[in-house]
Design a protein around this ligand. Sequence first.
Ligand code: TRP
Length: 77
Amino acid sequence: MNDFNELAGEYIVIKALENGVTIIGLTRGRDTKFHHSEKLDKGEVMVAQFTQHTSAIKIRGRAEVMTKHGNLRTDQV
Ligand code: TRP
């Protein structure tokens, strides 16, 4: 359970750099399905956490993503 909390408890921060940025939560486990989506407009920020239901997060659109692994922009080449 400690391992699970270390992995699953992680927060990330997503800042939209344009209108209509979409954040999609993907299910944990054998199946990988969309289970939630959230739209952000320019300047909006979402603080999101990996949980027992969410093991991956997909981001569409121009955004800045901040994690413990570093910061990146989705439009960087
Ligand atoms: N359901 C998959 C899982 O829990 C979701 C997932 C996590 C995934 N990381 C991934 C799917 C990387 C593709 C690639 O493992």
